[in-house]
Design a protein around this ligand. Structure first.
Ligand SMILES: C[S@@+](CC[C@H](N)C(=O)[O-])C[C@H]1O[C@@H](n2cnc3c(N)ncnc32)[C@H](O)[C@@H]1O
Length: 198
């Protein structure tokens, strides 16, 4: 069944034909994984879900940098997860797995995440998906939303009118019961570290 994308700034699904661009390691120049790790602040032995993992470029890198945690790449498109597996098998990482959000096994990872990374995906998430993110989190869990900044003229990424400004991103997460604990600005991105309001 097609997920409800009502509320998403860019309601079109990510086109897997553009997947190769996700594997460009030049992305690390303007958004280094080592800068995301302190923002994520993942507890040792904790579980990180990379929500909308795509080809898993960042999931693989974080799993390599943090062998003490478990990383689960989640995506709604099986095609993306096939590409994810190719990247992952090349590195044979024991602490990295994937989960297709339309598979029945998905229910088993509900309420298991200490942290969720949602990278370059907030603008694609409809209202239903925003609630779904919360359902994956442990009560004390946190989500790091990192997305393209609509205020910045960029040589890469989606058109500016397909994404949010940092202020609009902030409003979007507040509207779904998140509290913003920390904010960061990167050259092309904004980041919001969020808890869930009780
Ligand atoms: C622009 S790509 C970003 C991929 C990855 N986070 C990265 O930065 O390399 C967005 C990905 O999110 C996935 N996605 C979008 N909405 C989703 C949802 N509701 N649940 C799971 N995955 C989703 C898409 O299928 C796509 O693979």
């Amino acid at each position: 069944m097609e997920r409800d994308r009502h509320g998403a700034r860019q309601p079109e699904r990510f086109n897997p034909e553009r997947a190769a661009s996700l594997n460009d390691r030049a992305r690390f120049d303007y958004l280094p994984p080592k800068d995301l790790i302190p923002l994520l602040d993942i507890p040792s032995q904790g579980v990180l879900i990379d929500f909308g993992t795509g080809t898993g470029l960042y999931a693989v890198e974080i799993a390599m940098l943090r062998p003490d945690i478990r990383v689960i790449g989640v995506d709604e498109q099986k095609k993306m997860l096939d590409l994810f597996s190719e990247n992952w098998s090349r590195h044979s990482l024991k602490n990295l797995t994937s989960c297709w959000s339309k598979d029945e096994s998905y229910s088993r990872i509900k309420v298991t995440a200490d942290r969720i990374l949602a990278l370059n995906v907030l603008h694609e998430l409809g209202d239903e998906a925003m609630e779904e993110i919360k359902s994956l989190l442990k009560p004390s869990g946190r989500v790091l939303f990192v997305d393209w900044n609509s205020k910045i003229e960029r040589p890469v990424g989606p058109p500016r009118d397909h994404v949010y400004s940092p202020e609009e991103g902030n409003t979007r997460v507040l509207n779904f019961g998140f509290s913003v604990l920390e904010k960061r600005i990167f050259p092309y991105h904004y980041a919001l570290s969020c808890g869930v309001k009780n």
